[in-house]
Design a protein around this ligand. Structure first.
Ligand code: MN
Length: 238
């Protein structure tokens, strides 16, 4: 059951994330065409970018701490995470508590195409070549699994990959995460997404009481969101 881990980690009475009960789209026994991909920018305990590729009725998922790079010389760590349901693909919102607590932004989406004969076999071999056609990310890429270190904990073994842009028309030194930081769904930033759905508990500070750069960034975003929310409230009241 590919979504067991996804469901085990979440309490759906407390998170707005989809359970994934819907039928996977596409013809029975075959992959739909074209295949969907997305990248969700996720401000959780650490900022990362979740790359998701539709395959076998679910979204294969990798968390990329630095985000995708268009520079073919960069090799960015991509940690394989649990498969997500297909209807997670356009999710954007606030996870108020629990696993993944934070803000999710739909940073890019579009279609993808394997550049290998079999995706299952490529995953087993740890070498998946593919092409993306999104708003921000295009062209040819590869995910390569890296060897585990001797001190890698058992639960983490085999999860470490590198995301690399192939050199092509769409590669170059542009920092795409800085150049195009906003949502392709709402066109807003994290504070805009939060302003629409700011959990009370966050305003009083418990969720934002994290240390380090993430905690600081989150407190700033919460402040901005609260200001936007109250400005909107006054407008609505007049
Ligand atoms: Mn994530």
């Amino acid at each position: 059951m590919p979504l067991d881990e996804y469901r085990r980690k979440r309490d759906f009475s407390k998170t707005p994330e989809p359970r994934g009960d819907g039928q996977p789209r596409g013809p029975a026994g075959g992959e739909p065409k074209p295949l969907y991909f997305c990248v969700q920018k996720h401000l959780a305990s650490r900022l990362h970018y979740d790359l998701r590729l539709e395959h076998g009725g679910v979204l294969l998922s990798w968390a990329v701490p630095k985000g995708p790079s268009l520079d073919h010389r960069d090799r960015h760590l991509a940690v394989r995470t649990e498969d997500h349901p297909r209807d997670y693909g356009d999710f954007e919102g606030v996870i108020p508590e629990g696993y993944g607590q934070g803000v999710v932004m739909l940073w890019d989406y579009g279609t993808w195409r394997p550049e290998v004969d079999g995706v299952g076999e490529a995953l087993r071999k740890g070498d998946l070549k593919f092409a993306l056609d999104g708003y921000k990310l295009k062209g040819s890429w590869v995910l390569v699994r890296t060897r585990d270190r001797p001190d890698t904990p058992p639960a983490q073994r085999g999860r470490s990959w590198l995301l690399i842009k192939h050199r092509d028309f769409w590669s170059g030194p542009l920092d795409v995460t800085a150049f195009a930081p906003l949502s392709v769904k709402s066109e807003g930033d994290f504070d805009d997404i939060l302003a629409a759905d700011l959990p009370d508990v966050w305003v009083t500070g418990r969720a934002a009481a994290r240390g380090g750069a993430t905690g600081k960034a989150l407190r700033g975003i919460i402040e901005k969101a609260a200001a936007k929310k109250s400005a909107r409230g006054e407008t609505a009241g007049t």
